[in-house]
Design a binder for this molecule. Structure first.
Ligand code: BES
Ligand code: ZN
Length: 645
C-alpha cells in the first residue's frame, strides 16, 4: 500500500483546454531543444496525441522532466551509487504534483532547490515497473532535488570485481538502461517519449575513470577528498534509457577527428585495430542519412560480461569484446549502433511496442552502411543470414500466427524485454527493404532523410509512421498501400508473402558444399580456404540437423572449429557440438559460457543443452559457476531456462 496520500491534483481533473495547452507546451519545448521552429515541430505533433506508455508511471501531460542533473558518488565496496538527482520540471497550469519512475531505489528525501522539504509518496511496487514516486509541487517550484541511493542489485548496474576485468587489478561498473532499467539508478520519468537533457558530476575512486553517454567536461577528472570527480553534459534531449555510465581502468585511443575507442589498457591495441574504419563509417552514414548531430562518436569496449553485442548510448556506443575478431569481420555491429544515432536516438520509438521502429530501421540502415563500406556481396550475405534468422525466430515464437511475430507487438502486462526478439530487427528491416525496392533508392533515401528531419528529437509511433509513409512516400496512393500490404506488415503476425527474398552467390557456393558433405563427401573436399566469417556462419547454420559422429569429428579435424577465436563462428559450431554431444568441444563450450555474458550467445546454448538429460546436468553445473559473472539482463532470461520456474 502507498505509504501515505494527500489531497491533490489528479489526472482525471484535468480540463480539456488545459490538456491542449500542455501538448502545445511540450511541443514548443521539444522544438526549442533541437533548434527547430515551433511551426516545424507542430506539424507531426498535431496528429493524434502520443500513445500512452504502459511501462512508465509518468503522467507527462501533467508534469514532465526536461533536464536531469546528477551528483553521484560511486561506492565500489557497497556497490551503491548515492547522491542527488536535480530534475527540471515543466507542468500544466494548475498541476500540483509530478510522478517519476523508480525501482529498487532508496529515496532519502525530496526538496526544492532552496532546501525546503517537498512531500512525496512511493506507490506500490510492481516487479517489472518498480514504484511510482509522486512529489508535490508547490507553486513556483520548477526544480526538485531527489536524494537517493541505488540498491547493490540495481538491475541496470553491473559492479564487477577485478577478476572480471581484462586487467584483473581494478573493479568496474557499467550501466545498461534499455528498456526500462534507468529507473533502477536514476529517479526520473523513464519513458522513451519523454526526452531529457542531462548533466552529471560523478565521483569515483581516484585510480578509476568515468565515462558517460555525454560530452566530457573534465576528461581526466579532478582530484578531491572523496576521490576523482568527472563532469559531463548532454545538450541534446534524449530518452532516459540512453543515459549511461561506465567506471573502470579505461584508456582512450583516437581513431579520427571525431571518433575514438575507450577500453581497458590491455585491450586498446586490439580495439583500435578492429575499428580502424570508424571515422569513415560516420562519414558514410552522414552521406546516407544527413548530418550526425551528436558531436563525437566513440566506442567503449566493455568487459566480457556485457549482456549485449552493442548498446547505442549517445556519443559513446557500448560494445562487447566478443566482436574483437582480429579481422574486422564483425564490425556490422558497429554500423548498427552508429545507425541508431538516427533511428532510435534522434527519432525514438514512443513506446516499447514501437521498438521495431528503432531496431528495424537500424537493421536496414546497418546493411546499407555495410554495402557502402564493404560492397554488395558482404551486404547480401548479411541479409541472407538475417532472413534465415527471421524464419527460425518465427518458429521459436510459435509459428506464423504467433502474436509476438507482429511488428506493433502487444506488451500489455509484460516486461518490454519480452518484445525484444528477432522480429523487430529482421521483419522490420525486411519491410523497409520492400519499400526501398518498390520506390527505388533515390526516392526511398530522400524519404528516409526527410523522415529523420521531420521527427528529429521526437517520439514516433507505429500508426504515425504508417501515416507518414502514406503522406510522404505513397503520396496518398491508397491502392499502393493495399498492394504493399502495409496493414499486414505492421499489425499482423508472420511474414507477408511480398517480403523480399535476399540472395547471395557466395552462399550458394557454400550450400553446394553443404549438400555434398551431407551426401557423404569428406570435409577435405570442401574448398573453404578463403571463406569469410559470414560464409562460415552460413555453412555451419546450413548443415543437417543430425550428422553422424564421424562427420562432426571430420569437420572439426579438418577445419579446427573448436579452436576458433571468432565468437560468431565458435558459437555456431558449439550449437552443433551440443546437438551431437561432441565431447572434444565440451571444454571449449564451458569456457565460452563462463568467459563472456552476451545473451544472444548464452540463451541458445543453454536452451540446446536443456533439451537432453546429460545437457541439463552440464547446463546447471556451468550456470551456477558462471551466473555471478552474468549481468541481470542475462540472468533474468536464463534463470527460467536453466533453473526452471
Ligand atoms: N539497442 C539494442 C540493444 C538492446 C535491445 C538493449 C533491447 C536492451 C533492450 C542494440 O542496438 C542492439 O540491437 N544490439 C544487438 C546487436 C545488433 C547488431 C543486432 C545485440 O546486442 O546483439
Ligand atoms: Zn539496435
Amino acid at each position: 500500500m502507498p505509504s501515505f496520500a494527500w489531497p491533490g491534483y489528479h489526472r482525471r481533473m484535468l480540463k480539456k483546454p488545459v490538456l491542449t495547452a500542455v501538448v502545445a507546451l511540450l511541443c514548443l519545448a521539444a522544438a526549442a531543444a533541437c533548434g527547430r521552429t515551433a511551426d516545424e515541430a507542430a506539424a507531426p505533433a498535431a496528429a493524434p496525441i502520443q500513445e500512452r506508455d504502459i511501462h512508465s508511471f509518468a503522467q507527462p501531460e501533467i508534469a514532465r522532466v526536461t533536464h536531469v542533473a546528477l551528483d553521484l558518488q560511486a561506492d565500489f565496496t557497497a556497490k551503491v551509487l548515492s547522491g542527488r538527482a536535480t530534475l527540471s520540471v515543466e507542468r500544466a497550469p494548475g498541476a500540483t504534483e509530478i510522478v517519476l519512475d523508480t525501482r529498487d531505489l532508496t529515496i532519502e528525501g525530496v526538496t526544492a532547490p532552496d532546501g525546503a522539504a517537498l512531500p512525496f509518496m512511493l506507490g506500490d511496487a510492481d516487479p517489472v515497473l518498480g514504484r511510482p514516486l509522486t512529489v508535490q509541487l508547490p507553486s513556483g517550484v520548477d526544480r526538485i532535488v531527489v536524494a537517493y541511493r541505488t540498491s547493490p542489485s540495481a538491475a541496470a548496474l553491473q559492479w564487477l570485481g577485478p577478476s572480471q576485468t581484462a586487467g584483473g587489478a581494478l573493479p568496474y561498473l557499467y550501466s545498461q538502461g534499455q528498456a526500462i532499467l534507468t529507473r533502477t539508478w536514476i529517479p526520473t520519468q523513464d519513458s522513451p517519449g519523454i526526452r531529457q537533457t542531462y548533466e552529471a558530476r560523478v565521483t569515483v575512486p581516484r585510480e578509476l575513470r568515468a565515462v558517460m553517454s555525454a560530452e566530457q567536461l573534465t576528461p581526466d577528472g579532478v582530484e578531491g577528498p572523496g576521490g576523482r570527480t568527472f563532469e559531463f553534459r548532454l545538450t541534446q534531449p534524449v530518452p532516459p534509457y540512453l543515459i549511461a555510465i561506465a567506471v573502470g581502468d579505461i584508456a582512450f585511443r583516437s581513431l579520427g577527428p571525431r571518433t575514438g575507442v575507450y577500453t581497458e589498457p590491455s585491450m586498446l591495441d586490439a580495439a583500435a585495430h578492429e575499428f580502424a574504419d570508424l571515422e569513415k563509417m560516420v562519414t558514410v552514414a552522414e552521406d546516407l542519412l544527413g548530418p550526425y548531430r551528436w558531436g563525437r562518436y566513440d566506442l567503449l569496449v566493455l568487459p566480457p560480461s556485457f549482456p549485449f553485442g552493442g548498446m547505442e548510448n549517445p556519443r559513446l556506443t557500448f560494445a562487447t569484446p566478443t566482436i574483437l575478431a582480429g579481422d574486422r569481420s564483425l564490425v556490422s555491429l558497429v554500423a548498427h549502433e552508429l545507425a541508431h544515432s538516427w533511428s532510435g536516438n534522434l527519432v525514438t520509438n514512443a513506446t516499447w511496442r514501437d521498438f521495431w521502429l528503432n531496431e528495424g530501421m537500424t537493421s536496414y540502415v546497418e546493411l546499407r552502411l555495410m554495402e557502402a563500406l564493404y560492397g554488395p556481396e558482404r551486404a547480401a550475405m548479411l541479409k541472407v543470414l538475417a532472413r534465415r534468422g527471421l524464419e527460425e525466430e518465427i518458429v521459436r515464437l510459435g509459428g506464423p500466427t504467433a502474436k509476438d511475430t507482429v511488428l506493433h507487438v502487444d506488451l500489455a502486462g509484460r516486461d518490454p524485454d519480452e518484445g525484444m526478439t528477432g522480429i523487430p530487427y529482421d521483419k522490420g528491416a525486411a519491410f523497409l527493404e520492400l519499400l526501398e525496392q518498390t520506390f527505388g533508392r533515390e526516392r526511398f533515401d530522400a524519404y528516409l532523410r526527410s523522415y529523420f528531419d521531420r521527427y528529429a528529437f521526437m517520439p514516433i509511433t507505429t500508426p504515425r509512421f504508417h501515416d507518414d509513409l502514406r503522406t510522404h512516400l505513397l503520396a496518398g496512393d491508397e491502392a499502393l498501400d493495399e498492394k504493399l500490404k502495409l496493414e499486414e506488415w505492421l499489425y499482423a503476425p508472420g511474414l507477408p508473402d511480398n517480403a523480399p527474398m535476399p540472395q547471395s552467390d557466395a552462399f550458394e557456393r557454400v550450400e553446394q558444399h553443404v549438400r555434398a558433405f551431407a551426401d557423404g563427401a569428406p570435409a577435405s573436399s570442401i574448398d573453404a580456404g578463403d571463406w569469410t566469417t559470414q560464409e562460415w556462419q552460413h555453412f555451419l547454420g546450413s548443415l543437417p540437423e543430425q550428422m553422424t559422429a564421424a562427420q562432426v569429428a571430420d569437420l572439426d579435424r579438418t577445419f579446427g572449429l573448436t579452436k576458433r577465436g571468432n565468437s560468431e563462428v565458435l558459437f555456431a559450431w558449439l550449437r552443433i557440438a551440443v546437438r551431437h554431444r561432441y565431447q572434444p568441444a565440451m571444454a571449449t563450450l564451458e569456457r565460452f559460457l563462463t568467459s563472456q555474458g552476451r545473451r544472444k550467445f548464452l540463451r541458445p546454448l543453454y536452451e540446446d543443452l536443456m533439451k537432453t538429460e546429460w545437457g541439463q546436468a552440464e547446463a546447471k553445473r556451468i550456470y551456477e559457476t558462471a551466473r555471478p559473472m552474468y549481468h541481470s539482463v542475462a540472468t533474468t532470461t536464463l534463470d527460467p531456462i536453466v533453473r526452471g520456474g
